[in-house]
Design a protein around this ligand. Structure first.
Ligand code: ADP
Length: 372
């Protein structure tokens, strides 16, 4: 096989035939085009396969003394599924061949006695298939690697960002106790607002990471306690102080899903309902309803805030899309996370909203047949 290394782009072909004359003729005809291995029995063919992993294409005669070509291919299929198999046969065996092709055991067949053009055509399509598979495999591997790198990057960025952020918040609090000059107090307040915003963004990235990771397991989500925890979290939020919260949750809702998905949905919707209130409305409210039918759990988050223009209804679910430029608005990640989570749960999301009047986000999660 002295040409093996020099011609690694040539098709690497193993030819099995019990007639030595055919093997010699094959070598003579194709030694300038293929890297060739020959065997005069299925057993010898097997030995060559285990020794030479570079073999890509196997051509086997159908009629051999101990085993037929199709039987040989059937036997090696589980061990060498990626080798492309070509059968040499006469028309009397046609039914066996059709059956083998239909079952995927044979890629092509060549009439016997073979002529050079017939072999060339079959080997060329076999080689195209080998190359296409190799290309797809490489692409897949590089995508998996890129995805893993990105994942690791996002995870470490979000965690490494949070620690110094928390220190900044602590220092601002200390400074607020010490400083008396009004201008400095005003600046500190602004720094605190922006720091909270950055912290919120980093938290959203961590949530998105957890969601995409698919790591947490399914468990029955208790909506009542989930909501209580959430409202406790928002209780001390500066924008939530004069908002009336109303919750209405059906009893006995046990939705078996990944809790992190449900929490992301609720947290982002409630946070928006608080953020996008009308500043001078004396009666701000956020109403949260969770109801269950035999088919769905329905979650509704309603507010009487600034509302969303109908032209923006689809766009606001896109990543990094913001339709307001108020100080309150975040990075445009919240509703994208909600939409992703709802998709994973096989559910739907609907928005009814009118500018100046308020918004209702309705989410329906099917009780069964969930993708999660
Ligand atoms: P952000 O981080 O900017 O809040 P979101 O993806 O959560 O990003 O929301 C996208 C945009 O949708 C917001 O910038 C805002 O303009 C609009 N929006 C979302 N929720 C509401 C709501 N309850 N009332 C009014 N506008 C909203």
């Amino acid at each position: 096989m002295e040409n093996k290394l020099n011609h690694k782009h040539w098709p690497h072909v193993l030819y099995i035939d019990d007639e030595e004359g055919n093997l010699d003729a094959f070598k003579a005809a194709f030694r300038r085009e293929y890297v060739i291995y020959t065997a005069n029995s299925a057993l010898e063919g097997l030995q060559l396969l285990s020794k030479h992993s570079d073999i890509q294409i196997i051509i086997s005669d159908q009629r051999m003394p101990q085993i037929t070509g199709v039987e040989f291919f059937q036997k090696i299929l589980p061990i060498y599924p990626e080798k492309v198999r070509i059968l040499l046969t006469g028309y009397s065996d046609i039914e066996v061949v059709i059956d083998a092709i239909n079952k995927g055991e044979v890629f092509r067949f060549i009439d016997k006695p073979w002529d050079q053009d017939g072999v060339r055509m079959a080997v060329r399509s076999a080689k195209d298939l080998v190359d296409a598979r190799e290309k797809a495999k490489k692409k897949h591997e590089s995508l998996v690697k890129a995805y893993k790198d990105l994942d690791r990057f996002v995870y470490s960025i979000s965690h490494d960002l949070r620690d110094p952020l928390m220190s900044i918040v602590g220092l601002i609090e200390l400074a607020e106790h010490e400083v008396t000059e009004q201008t400095a107090i005003d600046y500190l307040k602004m720094i605190r607002t922006m720091t909270n915003k950055l912290d919120h963004f980093v938290n959203q990235i961590i949530d998105y990471y957890k969601m995409a990771q698919n790591s947490s397991s399914e468990a029955p989500v208790d909506f009542k306690s989930c909501l209580e925890d959430l409202l406790m979290e928002f209780k001390y939020h500066p924008d939530a102080s004069n908002i009336r919260f109303e919750t209405e949750v059906d009893d006995n809702i046990a939705l078996h899903v990944r809790a992190v998905l449900m929490k992301s949905i609720m947290k982002n919707l409630v946070s928006n309902a608080i953020k996008y209130q009308k500043p001078d409305n004396p009666d701000k409210f956020v109403k949260i309803r969770v109801t269950k039918s035999s088919e769905h759990v329905t979650i509704q988050v309603e507010d009487n805030g600034i509302g969303v223009d109908s032209k923006q209804h689809d766009k606001i679910f896109e990543m990094f899309h913001r339709s307001t430029s108020s100080n309150n608005s975040g990075a445009g990640l919240g509703l994208y996370i909600v939409k992703e989570a709802v998709d994973i749960l096989g559910g739907t999301i609907r928005l009814e909203s009118e500018p100046g009047k308020g918004s209702v986000f309705t989410i329906k999660i099917p009780v069964r047949k969930m993708k999660s």
